[in-house]
Design a protein around this ligand. Sequence first.
Ligand SMILES: Cc1ncc(COP(=O)(O)O)c(C=O)c1O
Length: 437
Amino acid sequence: MPKLAILGGKPLAAKSKKWAKWPVSEESDAQLVAKITRSNRWSFDGPVEWDFAQKFTAYQGAKFGACCANGTVGIQMALEALGIGAYDEVIVPGMTWQATAAACVDVNAIPVLVDVEADTYNLDLDKVEAAITSKTKAIIVVHLYGCVTDLDRLQRICKKNNLFLIEDCAHQHGTFWKGRGVGSFGEVSSWSFQESKVLSSGEGGFNMCKTKELFYKLYSLRNCGRPYPAEPAVFGLKKAAPMETALQSGNYRLTEWQAALLLGGLSRLDKQVKDRDANAIYLNSLLAQIPGIQVMRRRPQVTQQSYFNFTFRIDAKELGVDNTQFCQALDAEAGVAELFEPPYEPLNGCGLYKPLTKTRHNLSAAYKKAITPKRFSLPVCEDANKYTGVCAHPQLLMNSKADMEVVAAMVKKIVDNIDELRAVKTGARKQFKALPV
Ligand SMILES: Cc1ncc(COP(=O)(O)O)c(C=O)c1O
């Protein structure tokens, strides 16, 4: 009789087990949404939106911030606000959601894909330095998978090479580096409030920035190019608009209802991040004792770590299985489909990153060649995606401390019965994430 649930054995988690669900809300959120519905203030620049924008910016320790439609246009506007455009090179990690690179192509820049560190899946700064050329204008760092690259060194690299730092913080609302929030280090940062994210309004995004000039530009870019008005007087900016002329842009705003959900979510965020972080630390301490399992590296400068995905690695060679087999075996033990899955497909072979399929990117033969994803070599990203990386969906860490023991027991059970798993053929790999990104 097989032991592993994937082969018909008894699952480790009880059938009746209810894993935490995400997103969550409270009655007060519903009340605020209803109040807005009954008011005649539904669209952008409403009081709830700016209340949220100021509180979230302050929480992350940044100077200025504004809501926008989603995290994809947030990156696009970050680039545009910094004057980055046609043929400029922007360094982007090879492992990230496709939006980080797609936004660069959408401003006609060239995303230069750089490999990640094997133990954090965040930008490898040696490789970043090697990728800098005279055309490089910016580095987009993505804080991913519950890890942060060396932000101090990254800032030094940017300063030395006169490059802008853009932070893609879509995964890490509430992460602090030496006590200061991520998103406050780069010239501009971008955030996502998509449904699965740690702070969510279904869809939505945000930009933070260091100077009022950038804030005025970001305001304008998200609002059809309109100059920043004297009202609302936010972030202490009481004077009339310093921008007299409009910019070319589109409508990238969000609504007052979304802001209401964000305000509610923000009031719970810090506690949720702390709870998830405590669970992650505990789970890592248990996983570290299991042979063939490696936990991710947490840099000592990280004073609070926010988790979208919780990640660990398997020694695929030693265990003789790959991460897809391992994730499917974990799902079977947990009794939940796709609670675990491998990390993102590397952008040099990602089914959703197809910059050559849009006519508007057909600027010249040289440009087309420069944005061809396949020209980049990303061995660490490939190894993580194909063999070693195991990512848990965001709600995993929202469960109890005792549940973390169940998760570690599931991992141990699979390792203890790895011979059984070696014989399991997994189905074709999924091209795209089944759950919302
Ligand atoms: C790292 C990263 N950057 C950017 C985005 C884009 O955000 P949005 O979905 O809000 O457009 C995502 C979304 O999943 C993401 O994971």
